[in-house]
Design a protein around this ligand. Sequence first.
Ligand code: MN
Length: 272
Amino acid sequence: MNGSGRFAELSVPTHWQAVDVISDLHLQAAEPATAQAFFDWLAQPAGGRADALFILGDLFEVWIGDDVLDAPSETCPEAPFLRRCADALSRLAASIPIYFMAGNRDFLLGPEAARRCGMMLLDDPTVLDWSGRRCLLSHGDALCLADTDYQRFRREVRSDAWQADFLAHPLPVREATARSLRERSEARKREHGHDASLWADADDGETLRWLRQADAPTLIHGHTHRPACHALAEGRERWVLSDWDLDAAPPRGNVLRLDRHGRLQRLPLKPA
Ligand code: MN
């Protein structure tokens, strides 16, 4: 949100027919099947493509600073994989615009990495304005108000002071810190007994406030890994993106396509 208290807005070029929206791929070298599905999807023939790609956060399992893209593999074992991801994205960016909004895993992805990936950075949230038809986009973690511990943690790590301090450390130290943060979050999930329904979900009251402020009927978000379409009051809707896990049984992953008429449709990764 900018200083005036209004949400950021992006005007869609009037000739666009449709855009594709994805989130929560959690790309990492340790999960090659999901990475390969992403590379294959990025490399699909232009015929099946929308006019732009919107990535609503947690594209990467973890992002510890843009300098990781220049790190030797001895310093950062994940670096060659992340360079491969950046190359694949920038190849697609030669044909269509790619927009990226940070998630809670990759919120440190900054202007330099965005440039290398050919992505334009979006604020969370951002209103897409398509000739007056409006749609609100968010990662979704800021709406999970019931998880007060997480909201406190979020405020801390999103502060300039925390980020400047974190980024001042050498890469191996940052990797270790990121690992321990992840272990802490895994431990909290175990406390909830791995029952996803007990994790905080997007708060409907806050979602309605956001949609009213955005003057939009629809919110699209990720983060919760609970793909669904929720009908809200006032005829508004909350669409939740799927995460991608090609090793799960059954494999998960799809793309949400938004067209110029405001219609939303889930597309499989491979056309049937
Ligand atoms: Mn997330």
